[in-house]
Write a protein that binds this ligand. Structure first.
Ligand code: ZN
Length: 246
């Protein structure tokens, strides 16, 4: 089966997307939050990640970022494991940038493993293609969720929410890092392994920033500004803001 054929069945554009309403109407939204006080596992922003709580999402588990992005979180005991996964676009990009000629998944796996060892936390292994919630060689997301909550929230656990990339902006705490995640997600979705040219002004790629009113969460206005700056000049990207919880 070609990439194009397998992608076609997943392309379900809708004329209007009201993410706020989707989240307002979802039952048991609390279960999409990380558990208070529980350490998290670091995983990729990839929309194919298995459904789970207590995760902090960053591209390639941080493979494209400086050590200073992840390491400070450890001191607080906030992280207890690292993962990698099959078909990682971030690992492929990092391998290319490093001039690595071999299998990019192996490159990503070595990064996560080495990082975990250096930090004294468990490497929880590579998520295999069959455990991913997308076909092995294509990206089927038309949405990128920027989670600005302090606690961490996984929109892919919310019933009725479109499958999307997720970055834990509130946990990693950097506007710049967050914007790079969104840029990468857009590049993947609009590239040869994603829906690509199917995205139009009429059926755009959606960047959805999410926050709540809890202490430490990033304010909605800040998240919107950051996302709009990335989307600026690309009429095929639409930014949405969502506020959840109390
Ligand atoms: Zn990945």
């Amino acid at each position: 089966m070609s990439h194009t054929e397998s992608l076609e069945q997943y392309w379900k554009p809708e004329p209007e997307r009201d993410y706020q309403r989707t989240f307002d109407q979802a039952p048991q939204i609390q279960h999409a939050y990380n558990e208070p006080g529980q350490p998290v596992v670091v995983a990729c922003i990839d929309e194919g990640m298995p459904r789970g709580r207590n995760v902090a999402f960053i591209a390639g588990s941080g493979i494209l970022e400086e050590d200073s992005v992840i390491d400070p979180l450890l001191g607080s005991g906030a992280i207890h494991g690292m993962t990698s996964h099959a078909g990682c676009g971030a690992a492929a990009l990092a391998a290319r940038e490093a001039g690595f000629q071999g299998d990019s998944d192996a490159y990503g796996e070595t990064f996560a493993q080495t990082k975990a060892e250096a930090l004294g936390i468990p490497y929880e292994g590579s998520i295999t293609a069959s455990d991913m919630r997308r076909p092995a060689h294509v990206h089927i997301a038309d949405t990128f969720y920027v989670d600005g909550t302090a606690r961490g929230f996984n929109p892919n656990l919310v019933d009725g929410a479109p499958l999307g990339f997720v970055h834990s902006r509130g946990i990693f705490g950097s506007a710049e890092v967050g914007q790079r995640q969104v840029e990468l997600g857009i590049a993947i979705a609009m590239g040869p392994h994603g829906f690509g040219e199917r995205f139009t002004t009429e059926h755009p790629f959606h960047v959805v920033v999410i926050t709540d009113n809890q202490p430490g969460s990033v304010p909605l206005g800040t998240l919107l500004q950051e996302a709009e700056a990335v989307a600026a000049g690309n009429p095929r990207v639409k930014v949405h803001g969502v506020t959840i919880g109390a």
